[in-house]
Ligand binder design. Structure first.
Ligand SMILES: *Cc1c(COP(=O)(O)O)cnc(C)c1O
Length: 244
């Protein structure tokens, strides 16, 4: 048994509910995604059996291994890491949404494969709202054109935007990242591109989920506050060289 995981989940749901109350939002509008990179199948099972339903992985290899081991536990998986185009076929076996769509070449590769399989996929467009070099995601100025282009690919259903906020203890600076994502959503909604919905804002993690909820988050992605510190620095997941 992983009692601490159960306790941590309770605490996170309290934090989410509180933030919703403070901001006069319906808690039903905010989904918790478990960020499960480096977390063992056993621990993930504990969280799923406690009633959680959505997990997110950053690496295709890890996703594949865990998905096979978690086959008998009902859940939904999203991909939240940097996705290489040569992993497209593999990732599509396991996820219902890619939250980290960040370049046209990836969109085209996904579309090709999805056409071949005769199906569609939900995607979120990842925006680099913090300006940090190490983070993946499109520059805010590129978003409108990118969404317009992806909207022409029939198999990809854009459902919203995703961002990783600035790493900072200064929550007001973090808030600016989340606010920017909300403004981009409004702009995209106003453009009314066919085949594009702006239902989801995926933003907020262990340290800043209240701020994200205040700024309109519909999905918060939480790892450390549920499963504890990870054995690797996040740079292992976020500072890879960008590939096309
Ligand atoms: C690891 C990760 C998270 C969760 O971060 P924590 O600080 O551990 O809550 C959220 N989003 C992405 C994309 C991640 O890689």
């Amino acid at each position: 048994m992983h009692q601490s995981i159960l306790n941590n989940l309770k605490t996170i749901h309290k934090r989410i509910n509180n933030a919703c109350k403070v901001n006069e939002r319906n808690p039903g509008e905010v989904r918790l995604l478990l960020a499960t990179k480096t977390v063992s199948v056993d621990k993930i099972k504990t969280a799923l059996q406690a009633g959680e339903g959505l997990i997110g992985e950053n690496k295709v290899q890890e996703l594949k291994q865990k998905s096979d081991a978690l086959r008998d536990v009902p859940h939904e998986s999203h991909f939240i890491g940097h996705l290489q185009t040569n992993k497209v076929k593999e990732v599509l076996k396991y996820v219902s949404c890619v939250q980290s769509l960040d370049r046209l070449r990836l969109a085209e590769k996904l579309d090709q494969r999805l056409q071949f399989e005769g199906r569609s996929l939900d995607v979120l467009v990842q925006v680099n709202t913090s300006g940090e070099q190490s983070k993946f995601g499109l520059h805010p100025n590129e978003i409108m054109k990118f969404v317009e282009q992806v909207a022409t690919l029939d198999t990809l259903k854009i459902k919203g935007l995703m961002t990783i906020g600035l790493f900072s203890a200064e929550l007001e600076k973090v808030r600016q990242c989340f606010r920017l994502l909300g403004r981009l959503r409004q702009r995209i909604e106003a453009a009314a591109f066919p085949n594009v919905e702006m239902k989801e804002l995926s933003m907020g993690m262990s340290g800043d989920l209240e701020t994200a909820i205040a700024e309109g988050a519909t999905i918060v992605r939480v790892g450390t506050a549920i499963f504890g510190e990870r054995p690797y620095a996040d740079s292992y997941y976020w500072n890879e060289h960008k590939t096309v």
